[in-house]
Write a protein that binds this ligand. Sequence first.
Ligand code: NAP
Length: 266
Amino acid sequence: MDHLGIDATYEKWEVTPEGVGEFIAGLRAPGSLGINITVPHKQAVIPFLDEVDEWATSAGAVNTIVNRDGRLTGHNTDGPGFLRALLVETGYSPQGTRAMILGAGGAARGILLALVRGGVSSLVIANRTLERAETLVQLAKDNGVQAEAISLSQDAVSYDALTKAAASANLIVNCTTIGMSHGPDEHGTPLSAAQIPASSIVNDLVYNPMETPLLREAAAARATTLGGLHMLVYQGVLSFQMWTNQDAPVEVMLEAATAEMASRGA
Ligand code: NAP
């Protein structure tokens, strides 16, 4: 906003679950452009909005609210931001491709829906807890996309199944917390270089650290790599455009985010 000379500020607010309704009502005030929402309020805000767009409805979650003359609309730029980051940075578009999703939590669900909407032809979902992967497989099938669940673990049978699935994937997306600083397995990687085909694109949603163990393995395998900071920035780019009706200065935002992460030692 400073870069474009827009007279507005972007602030952090901590809101309790009980305070969500009152906080959202305050956004209707003149001068408020809108907000981003993060966990755990992405579903909770929905009843307080006048309208929710198609992406947010299918994701069941809102990450962006726009105020236009006191009327609040809910959007979800996570999925579109993920697709935009991949398209701009690697040229990847899901249409007719095979993708492998590692993980089956909240982020994996959003990524699956984005890939389905983008026309992916088939999906493999690998997760430590197989039942959660199977739930996502059903979601893909309900949307007309062929999908398979496999186990994400270190035993020999799982290793072979993961290697086989990765070998035919055009895109591999890590939606687990493996490799995340201060996470449950911060030095771990869901796949090793020997399992990653050079022809694939490997997108790690983990953005702290910026260079994750998985991205190092993927680089060693000569695959195309993309870190999670790009998705984070591009979902912000799309929110920015909704609030201001102006193109966001993507390079400035990427540089600022990268510098901020570096200053935190990420
Ligand atoms: P979540 O709902 O808690 O899901 C966590 C996932 O990680 C589950 O699939 C879980 O498997 C798996 N997992 C956790 N510890 C594991 C371990 N030790 N070994 C194997 N699998 C393990 O989290 P989320 O909200 O989906 O977020 C996932 C990651 O995506 C986080 O690192 C988050 O920061 C990142 N993210 C990034 C962006 C971005 O803009 N770049 C956006 C959203 C999320 P089980 O089902 O077996 O527990």
